[in-house]
Every structure is written in C-alpha cells, then in structure tokens.
Design a protein around this ligand. Structure first.
Ligand SMILES: [Mn+2]
Length: 351
C-alpha cells in the first residue's frame, strides 16, 4: 500500500517519531513548523469545515511569513456549502493536481494515514518530514512529530494555538477560517466539545476580525435547493428502533444523484436522526460513490460510538465517528450495524 510509505518518514533526521497528547502545543512541533519552507498541507477525504479551515488557516498564516505552502485538494472537490471558505484564503493556495517540490507534509484533522487527501504522486513522496496535527482520539500518530489533542474542539482550535506559539499574526482572513472550523466541529457551539478553551479561542478570533455574521449564515442558513432536497430524503428515511435508543437514516446513490448532490455533499446530515429526543446513537448510511457505504455515527448522552466504528475499520471521536464499507448491499449493512449498535448499548447497560 503506497500510503504506508508515509509512515514515520523523515529524510532530514533519524530521530524516532514522537507523539504529544497534551493540551498545549508542543515546542518541538512549533520548531519543526518554523523550519519548513515548502509544506504540503493535507486534510482528510470529504473535507468538512474544520478540515478545510485548519489547512487553509495555517497555510495563509505561513504564507504571510514568507513560506510557500500548498493545500492538497486533489480534483478540487469541496462541498458546495463550504466553497465560501476558500475565498478567505485564495484559490491559488489549493493544489488540485500534483504538488510542486515540497519539504514536508503537514497532516491536519486526519485520524488515519489512509484518509489523507493526497494525490497518488504526493502519497508516494516518502522523502519528507510528516507533521501530524489532529484532535481525533483514534489517531495513532503516523507522523514524525505528532500533536494529538482529543480535548480540543477542533483542529482549527489547535491551529489557533500553533499560530500563537509561532508568534504569527492572525489577520481577519485566518481568524475567519479558524472560527469557522471551531463553529463547524462544535455545531455552532452546541455540542459537548464546546469548552471554555474553545470559546476563548473563538473570542480571540472574533477580536482578530473573524467574519461571524457571514460564517453563521453560510454554515447554518444557506442550504441550496439540492442540499435541501437531500435533507427531505434523510427525514423521510429516518427510522427509530422500537426502544427509542437508535435513530438511523440512509441515502442511496440514486437519492444523492437524484437530489443533484455528490459524495462530497454528505457532511452532517446525520444531525437529523440525531436531533430526536432521547436517542443514544444516530446513524446515517450513505452511498456517495457506488459500492461504497459511508456510515456517520453519533453518540448522545455520553455514549461512545468509537468502539463500534473501530469494529468496522473506522475511527474518529467518542461522540462522532465514521466508517466506510465496500461492496455490500445497503440493506444488509444497515441491519447488521443497527443490531451491533443495539448490542453495544445492551452491554453498556449491564456494566
Ligand atoms: Mn475536526
């Protein structure tokens, strides 16, 4: 597997990989970031607001300090509702084909190396330093210097601390991006990952000029017709188990295409089954690409969905995780995973 060659790669040093799981930005990471000159920043496939914002926010701040960063977005595909974020950075930062010369890969918001949104050529560039910045609990630390902080609301919050640590100025564009990332991952400051620290970072970003009105409008009140049509189908397909503990919905490939949407438009539609009172687990099964069923899992009331996601080869956070399953009929996958979720809740009840 080509991507495995990225593991622990570092042409400039024989030092062993280090993984920091503290809540403070590690000095070694700050020093490494100060030395890179031509980094390729990469988030995860099907980027969400936190992913694209943490990449672009760090890239803009580094560019303003004289570095030449590129943000990897092979094919240039981004959910329609997130396109506006690129305007805060400039499209020229995006690397939609093969990257030019690079001296480091900076992975952001990406729980596992196989989820990195890199072109084939970039994935085989195994001569470079990998710096890994993420808040997913399940991240194994696949870089040379890894900062993994599951207590951070978002990778954008971590990037805010990195920029403070590097003494880089935060202008209104960077502030808007990082604020949007925190807003996105906390669902508008409504999820339990909304901490005093994340609100403090958001407050500082507003002071630095974050475009609060536009970001709230674009992330919360700017559904286009096709996204709205897709939501109708999510509502229509929502089922609740008789005990009321699990709510789930699905989108077939025909549903997605029929609404005028694409795989990258599947973002947080699981928030619809999740919005039902009293549920413990919400699931959305979607077939964005034919033959690939993506499952978004959410836990409520302290329920962790991470073990269930990991059982099926996925990862993420305790309350928010994801899985991809290939070449199996949608109906079978739904039946099996809903039953497995129910068994996990039963097991929790007994302990
Ligand atoms: Mn995130």
């Amino acid at each position: 597997m080509v991507l495995d060659t990225l593991k622990h790669m570092d042409a400039t040093s024989t030092a062993t990989p280090v993984v920091y799981r503290d809540h403070r930005s590690p000095r070694e990471l700050i020093e490494a970031l100060r030395r890179v000159r031509r980094p390729l920043l990469a988030g995860h496939v099907t980027p969400d607001a936190d992913c694209i914002s943490s990449c672009l926010g760090l890239a803009v701040a580094m560019r303003e300090s004289g570095v030449a960063p590129q943000v990897s977005l092979p094919g240039g595909q981004l959910a329609k509702r997130l396109e506006f974020l690129v305007d805060y950075a400039g499209r020229d930062l995006l690397c939609t084909a093969e990257p030019g010369p690079i001296d480091a890969v900076i992975a952001l918001d990406t729980a596992g190396i196989k989820r990195l949104n890199l072109s084939a050529a970039a994935a085989s560039l195994n001569e470079h330093l990998v710096l890994n910045i993420d808040h997913h609990e399940s991240n194994p630390g696949f870089g040379r210097v890894n900062w993994i902080d599951p207590r951070a609301s978002s990778t954008s919050e971590m990037v805010y601390h990195i920029l403070v640590g590097m003494n880089l100025p935060i202008g209104p564009g960077v502030a808007s991006l990082l604020y949007a990332g925190i807003h996105g991952d906390t669902a508008g400051f409504s999820l339990p990952n909304t901490t005093a620290d994340s609100l403090h970072a958001a407050a500082e970003l507003i002071r630095a000029g974050a475009d609060v009105a536009t970001i709230g409008e674009r992330l919360c009140r700017s559904q286009n017709r096709s996204d709205f049509d897709l939501l109708r189908r999510v509502y229509d397909h929502t089922t609740v188990t008789p005990d009321g503990r699990i709510a789930y919905s699905f989108l077939t490939h025909e549903d997605i295409v029929g609404a005028g949407c694409h795989a990258e438009d599947i973002d947080d539609q699981v928030s619809i089954p999740r919005s039902l009172a009293g549920i413990r687990i919400a699931l959305l099964f979607s077939e964005g690409e034919p033959g690939v069923i993506r499952i978004n899992l959410r836990g409520e009331g302290g329920t962790s969905v991470l073990p269930l996601a990991q059982h099926y080869g996925g990862g993420g956070h305790a309350a928010s995780a994801g899985v991809r399953i290939r070449n199996r009929p949608m109906r079978d996958v739904i039946d099996e995973v809903v039953a497995a979720a129910a068994r996990r809740l039963d097991g929790e009840g007994r302990t």
